[in-house]
Design a protein around this ligand. Structure first.
Ligand code: GLY
Ligand code: MN
Ligand code: MN
Length: 431
């Protein structure tokens, strides 16, 4: 694997926390994701199902984890199923995990071949009163029109065992995953550290009359040589007015003298993610207006991030952040305090220039699972990402860091990524 092997204590602890929340005498069945194929025989790639990874550490497709904590036979309480390799697979794809390796990675002592799953489950199913099954219940679910491996498992279980009760894995993992353990925070810090280095390299590459993808190339180069798995999401390198399209990611435009670039990117290391945004001038020197907008956003980031602390409810925090941005929009002359006093409360004026939220959980998913009505707790990790987008001026600015909630507030995991105007300009002059 690309990353250093994670201590299996993390997965052993996660399984203990998960099974402690299961309804009595039930069995959980977690499946891996599918490998996604292109048109012919090539693949788009593989990213593991995050609930399965959280409970097993196995980063291979065709994997199933069964947890049955109250099984009468101790050997049935946790079983990991992996794919059995053969000569054909060895010749074309190389090695797959052995049973011993899978056991070492996961800490599950019983490992079986996945082709024996149905047979082995048959021997245990009668004893259980119900099954916990995984399903993509993310608030921004993107698997509506494709059948996932989890969906196929649900259909199969319903058909094969129609009288068993069904329960949702997501109810438990969404409760557990937002609060990160020390081992998870260390992995997230590695992702953050790679991001910092990548940003500095991208900054050095920027100059007038290059394509945005030339800057993107620095990100790919550094994350690959650092052992990261992939981008956390398709990176945004948006020059000039492109920065006002929130999810712009074609990155194929020319960076022009006098424009500012918005770069929003993340690193996925060991399946844990970072998510950061910085803005910088193509020619190395911010214009007065760019600097004014940038510093307005920076003040919102500094003041807003201080609001992220234990007990705060994210939705209430968002209202406060919107007020901070609104005050800066007035300072920038985009509307007046009087306009605000007279605005339609259902259509606040700030939404023309600041149209997204500013904090999301981050972890195994970039927009990680978790409820935004739940008060923040120590160990949660959230982004803070205010922005101001003035499309009529061709200026879009967002600044984003990742914060761990601590007893006394929070700690910025991406503090080493330069953010002050002077520091950005100084680094750009150095090349
Ligand atoms: N790039 C996605 C986000 O910042 O949330
Ligand atoms: Mn974000
Ligand atoms: Mn981002």
């Amino acid at each position: 694997m690309r990353y250093n092997q994670i201590s299996n204590q993390l997965f052993i602890k996660n399984r203990a926390r998960f099974t402690a929340k299961m309804v009595s005498n039930t069995m959980a069945i977690l499946t891996s994701n599918d490998v996604k194929h292109n048109n012919a025989d090539d693949v788009m790639g593989f990213s593991q199902n995050n609930d399965l990874f959280y409970l097993s550490g196995i980063d291979q497709d065709e994997t199933i984890l069964v947890l049955f904590p109250e099984a009468q036979k101790p050997e049935n309480r946790a079983i990991l199923f992996i794919t059995e390799t053969n000569e054909q697979m060895r010749i074309w794809d190389g090695e797959k995990l052995t049973k011993a390796q899978a056991s070492e990675i996961s800490g599950v002592s019983r490992v079986e071949w996945v082709h024996d799953f149905e047979k082995i489950l048959q021997l245990m199913a009668f004893e259980a009163d119900g099954f916990y099954l995984g399903h993509n219940e993310h608030i921004k679910r993107v698997t509506h029109n494709q059948q996932t491996r989890q969906d196929r498992m649900i259909l199969w279980v319903k058909e094969k065992y129609p009288l068993h009760n069904l329960h949702r894995v997501a109810k438990i993992t969404r409760d557990l995953r937002p609060v990160k353990s020390a081992e998870e925070l260390a992995l997230m810090q590695q992702a953050a550290d790679i991001s910092v280095e990548s940003f500095k390299m991208a900054l050095q590459a920027a100059k007038p009359n290059i394509k945005e993808y030339v800057i993107e190339a620095e990100l790919i180069y550094n994350l690959t040589r650092s052992g990261a798995l992939r981008h956390a999401f398709k990176p945004i390198v948006a020059s000039g007015k492109n920065a006002c399209a929130l999810h712009y990611n074609t990155n194929d435009d020319m960076c022009k003298d006098g424009e500012m670039i918005l770069m929003d990117f993340g690193v996925c290391y060991a399946n844990y993610n970072s998510d950061t945004t910085r803005c910088f001038p193509v020619n190395g020197k911010f214009s007065e207006r760019q600097k004014a907008v940038y510093n307005a956003v920076l003040r919102c980031l500094k003041a807003g991030s201080k609001l992220l602390k234990p007990g705060v409810i994210p939705s209430e925090y968002e209202t406060k952040m919107a007020k901070l941005v609104e005050a800066e929009l007035i300072n920038l002359g985009l509307f007046t305090a009087e306009d605000v006093a007279n605005q339609d409360e259902d259509k606040p004026l700030y939404k023309k220039y600041y149209m997204h939220g500013s904090a999301h959980y981050i972890g195994l998913d970039v927009h990680d699972v978790g409820l935004y009505t739940r008060p923040l707790e120590v160990g949660m990790v959230l982004t803070c990402e205010p922005g101001i987008y003035i499309s009529e001026e061709g200026i879009g600015c967002r600044l984003e860091n990742d914060y761990i909630i601590t007893e006394d507030g929070n700690r910025n995991m991406t503090a080493a990524m330069p953010i002050e105007v002077e520091d950005i300009e100084a680094l750009m002059q150095k090349k």
